[in-house]
Design a protein around this ligand. Sequence first.
Ligand code: FAQ
Length: 311
Amino acid sequence: QEAALQGRFQERVDAEEKIEPRDWMPEGYRRTLVRQISQHAHSEIVGMLPEGNWITRAPTLRRKVALLAKVQDEGGHGLYLYSAAETLGVSRDELVGQLLSGKAKYSSIFNYPTPTWADIGAIGWLVDGAAIMNQVPLCRCSYGPYARAMVRICREESFHQRQGYELMLALAQGTPEQKRMAQDALNRWWWPSLMMFGPSDDQSAHSAQNMAWKIKRFSNDELRQRFVDATVPQAEFLGLTIPDPELRFNAETGHYEFGAIDWTEFNEILKGNGPCNRERIEARRKAWDDGAWVREAAVAHAAKRKQRALK
Ligand code: FAQ
């Protein structure tokens, strides 16, 4: 019976039918989706911190409004994604607990510091750029609630990316000091952005199964290559230099070749030893603790309303 259900499930996936919360699904499919969607949600929420650091110090009112809106969008994406994960039978409390205990991962990229205003431009341009490259194919993911959430999220990410690129352009065309700041931010964010796509294909534990289940549509290395191909000309337009002496265009393949990624750095971050890992979790723990009274009040309010409705 289980084998028949598995077969029917794979047929539906192969036929590009969406899988919905009440449909039968293999336990492994459910597990990997909870893992990926919750990691994605955690990334959005933790991802508010590096940029949030600059909201009070944005150089103009216009920049402050844009940054505030962007960080707010990220909070919205996180909540949206937690809801998508909840459709798989896991509670938000449980997911937040996994983040705060260090059991659940979130994107490596959010463990780097944002010491200058140019970092806000680099995050929008590179981090949101990489996020879009990875997330547009997720709009066609086989799991309905995740795919539908990604449509709206990608539209907003696209605005975030433009906001970042425009900020970089303003700096790159500014004073020599501003241009130096932009170059310095590119130097610090380039390699971590490439790591966002995950381990190389031969090291990626989940890729083969996730591709068969049509959760992933392209491999980590394929998406990384697309990102490099799209981003190098953008850096040239800014008049900035990608910090990779081995970067070169291969006219035969039509792709840029690039140097080796430092996977030791990536693995250390995943183990919790990046520059800001502890600070990020500490900030989330404090926010959770500080918000305890809001959760208690909401529960008490809901109970009162329920009682009133019964009368
Ligand atoms: N960081 O076998 P694979 C954003 C883990 S964008 C940390 O290749 P998979 C927007 C992976 O989870 C960022 N961990 O795994 C924003 C697995 O660990 P596990 C979030 C990583 O799932 C912008 C192990 O390594 N985007 O937030 C990373 O097939 C600006 C083996 O890897 C998403 O989450 C990493 N970079 O492929 C917000 C997109 N890479 O669970 C604020 C959805 C890999 O076995 C500001 N996720 N790992 O312990 C995905 O597309 C996939 O999960 C991948 C990884 C591609 C990230």
